[in-house]
Write a protein that binds this ligand. Structure first.
Ligand SMILES: [Zn+2]
Ligand SMILES: [Zn+2]
Ligand SMILES: [Zn+2]
Length: 350
């Protein structure tokens, strides 16, 4: 993600900040400008003579996005994608929901950066996107199964995933190297965009099937086989994760999510002006300079060339702190070609 600065005092900020600890200004995010701005002395924000106010979810400490003052009391673009949220009278639900919102706002930042079509399902019931954040207990105390997934533009997230203990338990149970809220959201929205961008485009669909296989394979049978037998041997040479081996759609969603991971980390490296020049003999492939904004980089090879040394460096830093690898994945040529396909869609769909 890019770096933000207080427009009153230049203090560097995070995307989520709501007030500046240096000068005390209130801060809000203007999504169409990708900027955090500071308020004047009142509750109002202004930019280019237009007045803005906080999204209604700011009251719940769940959003710092700004909307036009004439829409005061309404929700921002990110929050208006919610169709169902958990019962917030329950304190635990409330905390989980706030964590999910934080991840979802980052997701929407990326979707807007890629200039992907982003329609709300309320406005466009057929092609729009909506989120249901469900608590197993809210939904139906008798039958508490809530499955995280996507169907017809609705992304359902089991809010238990916002509980770090539950998530780590599931990560170990499923034998995954990586499980995060933003990872879930990126994965599920990949299914939505498959419907929107690939399914209706015969040419893309053919290219897709060459890389990801035939999505018409029975999904239920594929799922059962995966849970019975797990991933095939040597899956690492063709897939980014074990789960990606389950069905063509899951390979797509895993690859798509992975593309977001790469672009976001690289944009952060770019925002910090990061470069790597390690003390190594006779190895130049570990040098990199994050000298370009990956959202505007057409040449996918440059993204891969920069990501590999960056991953090695950040993993090494994490190991210095006794933390698991930040980026616990390995590229292979087959995955790179799948990622290249996602890149082609991103650079041509906006
Ligand atoms: Zn400030
Ligand atoms: Zn909002
Ligand atoms: Zn999936």
């Amino acid at each position: 993600m890019k770096l933000f600065q207080c427009t009153a005092c230049n203090q560097p900020l995070f995307f989520e900040n709501t007030f500046c600890t240096t000068c005390g200004s209130k801060l809000g995010y203007l999504d169409f400008k990708f900027e955090v701005i500071s308020s004047s002395n009142s509750n109002d924000f202004s930019s280019e003579d237009v007045k803005y106010v906080y999204c209604a979810n700011h009251q719940l400490d769940a959003c710092n996005w700004l909307i036009s003052k004439k829409n005061e009391g309404q929700l921002c673009k990110a929050c208006s994608l919610n169709r169902v949220i958990p019962n917030l009278n329950d304190d635990e639900n409330f905390e989980k929901w706030r964590k999910i919102e934080s991840a979802k706002h980052r997701l929407v930042y990326s979707l807007q950066r890629f200039d992907l079509p982003l329609k709300n399902k309320l406005d466009d019931p057929e092609n729009g996107l909506a989120f249901d954040f469900l608590s197993p207990t809210d939904r139906n105390p008798e039958k508490p199964a809530v499955r995280t997934g996507h169907a017809n533009g609705v992304i359902t997230i089991n809010i238990e995933e916002a509980d770090s203990v539950h998530r780590e338990y599931m990560r170990k149970k499923m034998d995954e190297p990586y499980r995060t809220l933003i990872g879930h959201l990126r994965h599920e929205v990949g299914h939505y965009y498959w419907d929107q961008l690939i399914y209706r485009n015969i040419e893309l669909l053919e290219q897709y099937r060459k890389l990801f296989g035939d999505e018409r394979e029975d999904y239920g049978q594929a799922l059962q086989r995966y849970y019975d037998q797990g991933a095939p041997d040597h899956w690492e040479s063709n897939y980014i994760s074990e789960y990606a081996t389950m069905h063509s759609w899951e390979d797509w969603a895993e690859t798509w999510a992975h593309y977001f991971h790469l672009i976001d980390t690289l944009e952060t490296a770019y925002a910090f002006g990061l470069s790597l020049n390690p003390n190594l003999q006779k190895v130049s492939t570990m040098n990199m300079q994050a000298g370009f904004n990956p959202y505007y980089q057409d040449n996918f090879d440059r993204i891969i060339e920069a990501s590999a040394p960056l991953a090695f460096a950040v993993n090494s830093i994490n190991r210095s702190m006794g933390q698991p690898d930040l980026y616990p994945f390995v590229f292979n040529p087959s995955v790179v070609e799948k990622l290249r396909f996602v890149h082609k869609i991103m650079t041509t769909s906006g």
